[in-house]
Design a protein around this ligand. Structure first.
Ligand code: PMP
Length: 373
């Protein structure tokens, strides 16, 4: 008899995938979680050069090349005002692997992991895979996570809580005061704060601050990636930054499951991090323009939408049957409930699509709204 682990039986394939499969070939896809821009040329070239020179054929150090980790440390100094030793960074296969090794290294069987609901789908799934117990926490009206709610949810069994700002699926940006509170909570309750900062650069209003800047203990670790900042989702290159002890434990998981991140991708990410950053600004400007067009369209239809201040998602409150109606009419969006019970009654719309398609999709949504009302 085939036997599967209880842990894996608690996880199913993401609801997002189901929506894509239901969509027709000509559908406009507003379901995707990746920027629609090319990766920077200098990143691609660096990988090509490394491949041609034969520098990318072998395993790198388990943590990643020294040069990449130095570029990540320089990025922390530049963007987060954090002094990070390159030894305290592990390059991973995307932010996804970084989240995975963080939970594997810190969560014991039946320990609790607190995360935002609605929230990125991996938090619940990876908690199950680590043998832990998911503890989703609902959001404020503006779809940010209230530190007070996190603090209330902490028990003796809490191993970690996840903060994600700017957030998927809401586009919400936590205030610097919130981030300071998250750091205090991690310090005072001696629980780990996993700060998922993969959308760090995509902020239109407010300011991104990392809770790591405010923590007095080593109870904050940061997850980040080249994926969203440089439109490099396919390259699979992320990282985790933490204290020496924590990095050493996460490295045990990474060493046996991954050995090292893909070498060509490491060269590309090093160049992306160290080279000109104008592509990032270009992308953020384009996202902001699209966000404004989408928000205006949604408001016109009478759909209440908490203003997304970052990332490239909007999450309007939608009437029953709206998501299905929009998908039937050829625009792929994701029902909010795919991101947790707290997403019920919402839809996630990704605007990582050019303006022309976005405007066509808004027309479809307007017709769908009229049809279901
Ligand atoms: N965190 C969040 C909040 C995300 O939205 C994603 C990707 N959708 C990831 C982590 C993982 O990113 P990567 O592609 O680098 O694995």
């Amino acid at each position: 008899m085939t036997h599967f682990s209880e842990r894996v039986e608690q996880v199913s394939i993401s609801g997002i995938r189901e929506v894509f499969e239901a969509a027709g070939e000509d559908a406009i896809n507003l379901g995707l979680g990746q920027p629609d821009f090319p990766a920077p040329d200098h990143a691609r070239e660096a990988a090509v050069e490394a491949i041609r020179a034969g520098d990318a054929d072998a395993y790198t150090s388990n943590k990643g090349t020294r040069e990449l980790r130095e570029a990540i440390a320089a990025k922390h100094a530049r963007d987060n005002d954090l002094e990070v030793d390159p030894a305290n960074v592990i390059a991973t296969s995307g932010g996804s692997e970084a989240l995975h090794i963080a939970l594997e290294a810190h969560v014991d069987a039946n320990e609790e992991v607190i995360y935002p609901d609605p929230g990125f789908v991996s938090y619940e799934a990876l908690t199950h895979l680590a043998g832990g117990t998911p503890k989703p926490v609902g959001l404020r009206e503006d779809l940010t996570l209230d530190p007070a709610d996190v603090e209330r949810a902490i028990t003796d069994d809490t191993a970690a809580f996840v903060v994600n700002s700017p957030a998927n699926p809401t586009g919400a940006v936590q205030s610097p005061d919130d981030m300071r509170e998250f750091a205090r909570i991690a310090d005072e309750h001696d629980v780990l704060c996993i700060s998922d900062e993969v959308y760090e650069h995509i902020v239109f209003e407010g300011e991104h601050r990392s809770p790591m800047e405010f923590a007095e203990s080593d109870n904050v670790i940061v997850i980040n990636a080249a994926s969203k900042a440089y439109s490099m989702t396919g390259w699979r290159l992320g990282w985790v930054t933490g204290s020496e002890d924590r990095i050493e434990r996460m490295l045990r998981v990474h060493q046996y499951s991954q050995a090292c991140a893909s070498a060509p991708a490491q060269y590309a990410a090093e160049a992306a991090l160290s080279g000109p950053q104008d592509r990032v600004t270009e992308m953020v400007d384009a996202f902001e323009e699209r966000r404004n067009v989408l928000l205006e369209g949604l408001e016109d239809m009478g759909l209440e939408t908490p203003t997304p201040k970052g990332a490239f998602y909007a999450m309007p409150k939608v009437p029953d049957g709206w998501v299905e109606e929009v998908i039937d009419r050829g625009v792929v969006i994701v029902p909010g409930r795919a991101f947790g019970d707290g997403g019920q009654g919402y839809a996630r719309i990704s605007y990582a699509t050019d303006l022309e398609q976005l405007k066509a999709a808004i027309d479809v949504m307007r017709a769908a709204t009229a049809a279901v009302q």
